[in-house]
Write a protein that binds this ligand. Structure first.
Ligand code: PGA
Length: 256
């Protein structure tokens, strides 16, 4: 955990996988290891295209009766706002379809910001309170934004290291890339409610997953660029326990 004023930098552990399936398997194993070592773990979890393979494997494990999710408390990183919970492109629906409906996570222990809330700031404050009540997150599994966004959660450029759960308007680049998930691209909501950078950095351990060429610039910047609000993922270098698990395309700009 980062104490106020402690800005020691660390080198994240970087693992490059030749095949997507290996990366998915690695993320799944890390998830299961955490759950086995501490069945009542508190986890922060991502949505999007990157973790889909991990969720598929976790569901398979559950079907084979090889995994018990009953003790977990889960906080999602973010949700669009405004959006109906049942909207096919909401992250609530993503989580239900890809994970929650197929495993034995307790409903009262799965949390995601409410995209239907009338006031995004009130909802963010409520979510922040809930998150803090659960104590320290044991493992945060996160993705990274495309292109030059370097977002973690939806902490877009300009996010401070002290930022906490809040309403964030979508960055233009993010809007363009993520609109592909909406039947009508113009339907993409104007903003999100996201855990802040500080919330993410408070986790005991962080696993960053990235796949594809569109993440190569961000991954290189995260590991080798200047640290600061223009590159929110670069703050991860202030955390002593970060693993960056990526495919070869996402590693494309790292020097060998
Ligand atoms: P993706 O999203 O997994 O769909 O690439 C990641 C992100 O934007 O943080």
């Amino acid at each position: 955990m980062i104490e106020a004023g402690d800005l020691t930098t660390y080198k994240p552990k970087v693992i490059v996988f030749s095949y997507t399936e290996e990366l998915d398997q690695f993320a799944t194993s890390r998830f299961v290891e955490q759950m086995t070592a501490k069945p009542h773990s508190v986890l922060t979890l991502p949505t999007g295209s990157t973790p889909k393979g991990m969720y598929d494997l976790l569901v398979k494990l559950r079907r084979a009766q090889d995994a018990d999710f009953n003790g977990l408390t889960i906080y999602n990183l973010d949700e669009y706002w405004p959006i109906k919970r049942d909207h096919p492109s909401s992250y609530t629906q993503y989580m239900r379809e890809n994970f929650i409906n197929h495993v034995n996570v307790r409903n009262d222990r799965w949390h995601i910001p409410n995209g239907e809330a009338r006031d995004a700031n009130d909802e963010a404050a409520y979510y922040e309170d809930l998150l803090c009540q659960s104590g320290r997150v044991d493992l945060a599994i996160i993705g990274i934004g495309p292109g030059t966004t370097c977002h973690i959660g939806f902490n877009e450029r300009g996010s401070s290291i002290e930022s906490r759960t809040r309403y964030m308007p979508l960055d233009e680049q993010t809007r363009q890339v993520n609109s592909r998930f909406f039947r009508d691209p113009n339907e993409i909501p104007s903003g999100t409610i996201t855990q802040g950078v500080a919330n993410i950095l408070e986790a005991k351990s962080i696993l960053l997953l990235a796949k594809g060429e569109s993440k190569a610039w961000g991954i290189n910047q995260t590991l080798n660029g200047p640290i600061g609000p223009e590159f929110p993922s670069s703050y991860l270098r202030y955390h002593p326990d970060v693993t960056v698990a990526i495919d070869q395309a996402a590693a494309g700009l790292l020097s060998r």
